[in-house]
Design a protein around this ligand. Structure first.
Ligand code: ADP
Ligand code: GLC
Length: 497
């Protein structure tokens, strides 16, 4: 039997620290690096957004080659992921195509927050290059056994592979958020180089549009999502966004694996962004981070008041309106709020107004700030995630590691990672946070009041903090599950090659 390693191409539209808008960026950085440490030949593929090729110190590994007929040829560069896990030298392929990717703005939206007008083509190119890797002799002399796609931006890769007679790789797609589906006009079919035969209910067609995500789900060999609970939820109308029927049909090839966290980057004992370090046995540094956070966010210096934190995309998914609906009532209690986020302009304005009306008690930073996100995790006491749905969620796991107890709704990965504090879980030492059932203001408020009550009992609070900080959410076990799944996906790979 051959000793060659399993080869996996991890295709993604964002990777920390090269491009990040949310948890996908974090996962795309740490999962492939952990797989490399497990002996997998895992490589990343991403678009060449401005500055990315310089940051990976990329060198060209192909000449220009055509991808879609109406577009200029592209070129492939290869480099190493910066700031990867210690010792990991994770290779990154970047697609050089300045007309599509080199612009100021975000990966998906322009500077005014509007979707790029040509997102359909930008991400079809990403998908097509991924499929070319899996076809014939591959690219750069390398052909993966598995093309691992993520979300709608890569959803056409399994479709291209399915219609390519030279295709040799198997495909896997991870759903990080079913709410984003990449639906575009069918007029694009010729430009995308897709045969009309796949514009069908049993194919990429979804309510008269081309759906990149549906295509990915329909044609991939395996479907993954980022927690076991979410894998079950998305088979229901409440969470399925119209794709629940397909997901029920595909349930035999659908698996949920809880994300891990980058335990070296998110470690209160070594975190490069923190002014003071601490660990589960000595929380002195946490108090110092709280003091610095209060100064930074222009809050009154009150070491004993609980600081409630929110670091998030300010969207309906995250239940931001639920918090806004109870903030005034909560502020009748002795507590402070820190908020870091951006998104819905209406939510941004409401938080700004709250900060103005409650000086010293509500601190708000609108925008995206990685360093401040770390300081908030370290300096706050409670972290709020009342999400309407949450495929996995990373912040509740960061919070637990930082001794900042999460308040979460029982959904998706939140349900799978936080143990509610009850008399029983306090007694048996399993409590790690606070959980409520339904996405409404009264249940959120009741849960928060429960958390505040515990905060006033220092020794009980400390016990829950201790338990939360000791949880192991590192990638080691989740990455091993991915490996098992890849091997199960490609049982014939030694014969095929
Ligand atoms: P999602 O991907 O749905 O936004 P996750 O909890 O999986 O939610 O991941 C969010 C990630 O993005 C976390 O690493 C979080 O710290 C980060 N994040 C979200 N908003 C901000 C922000 N405004 N500034 C800095 N980091 C942010
Ligand atoms: C998505 C989800 C989030 C998940 C992240 C990484 O953005 O909304 O719950 O943690 O992807 O998988």
């Amino acid at each position: 039997m051959s000793e060659e390693p399993l080869r996996v191409l991890y295709v993604t539209s964002e990777v920390y620290p090269l491009a990040k808008t949310g948890g996908l960026g974090d996962v795309s950085s740490i999962l492939p690096s952990t797989l490399c440490q497990l002996g997998v030949d895992a490589r990343l593929l991403m678009p060449g957004y401005s500055g990315v090729i310089e940051r990976i110190e990329g060198c060209p590994v192909t000449g220009s080659f055509p991808v879609l007929s109406d577009l200029e040829p592209v070129q492939l560069f290869r480099g190493i992921l910066p700031e990867a896990a210690p010792g990991a030298l994770t290779p990154v392929y970047v697609i050089y195509c300045p007309a599509l990717y080199e612009r100021s703005g975000g990966p998906y939206v322009d500077e005014n927050g509007h979707d790029w007008f040509d997102n359909a083509l930008r991400f079809a190119v990403l998908s097509k290059v991924a499929a070319l890797f899996g076809s014939g002799a591959g690219l750069d002399g390398w052909r993966p056994h598995i093309v691992h796609c993520n979300d709608w931006q890569t959803g056409l890769a399994p479709v291209y592979l399915a219609y390519d007679p030279q295709a040799r790789a198997r495909s896997v797609i991870s759903i990080h958020n079913l709410a984003f589906q990449g639906n575009f006009s069918p007029d694009l079919m010729p430009a995308l180089g897709l045969p009309w035969s796949c514009f069908h209910h049993h194919g990429v067609e979804f309510y008269g549009h081309i759906s990149y995500l549906k295509g990915g789900l329909y044609y991939s060999d395996r479907i993954l999502t980022v927690s076991r609970s979410y894998a079950i939820e998305i088979q229901t109308p409440e969470f399925g966004f119209g794709l629940e029927g397909l997901l029920v049909d595909c349930r035999d090839r659908l698996t949920g694996i809880l994300n891990g966290i980058d335990a070296s980057r998110w470690n209160p004992g070594t975190d490069l962004y923190l002014p003071a370090h601490y660990d589960v046995d000595d929380l002195y540094g946490k108090a110092e981070n709280k003091r610095i956070l209060q100064v930074r966010m222009m809050l009154d210096f009150e070491p004993d008041l609980p600081v409630l934190a929110l670091v998030t995309r300010l969207t309906y998914q995250k239940g931001v309106d639920l918090i806004l609906g109870i903030v005034e009532e909560l502020l009748e209690q002795p507590l402070q709020f820190v908020v870091l986020g951006s998104g819905d302009k209406n939510y941004e304005a409401q938080w700004r107004a709250l900060a103005e009306n409650h000086p010293g008690r509500v601190g708000v930073a609108v925008g995206y700030n990685e360093e401040l996100a770390h300081l908030i995790e370290a300096g706050a006491d409670l972290f709020l995630m009342p999400s309407r749905f949450e495929p996995c969620g990373l912040n509740q796991m960061y919070s637990m590691r930082y001794g900042t107890l999460p308040v979460v709704r029982r959904t998706g990965g939140l349900a799978d990672s936080v143990v509610d504090t009850t008399p029983r879980s306090l007694l048996d030492g399993t409590a790690t946070g606070f959980v409520f059932e339904n996405a409404n203001r009264s249940e959120l408020l009741a849960c928060l009041l429960r958390a505040l009550l515990l905060y006033s009992d220092r020794s009980a609070w400390r016990r829950v903090q201790y338990q939360a900080m000791r949880c192991d959410f590192s990638w080691a076990s989740s990455a091993a599950h991915y490996l098992e799944l890849y091997l199960a996906t490609d049982p014939f790979r030694r014969i095929l090659l």
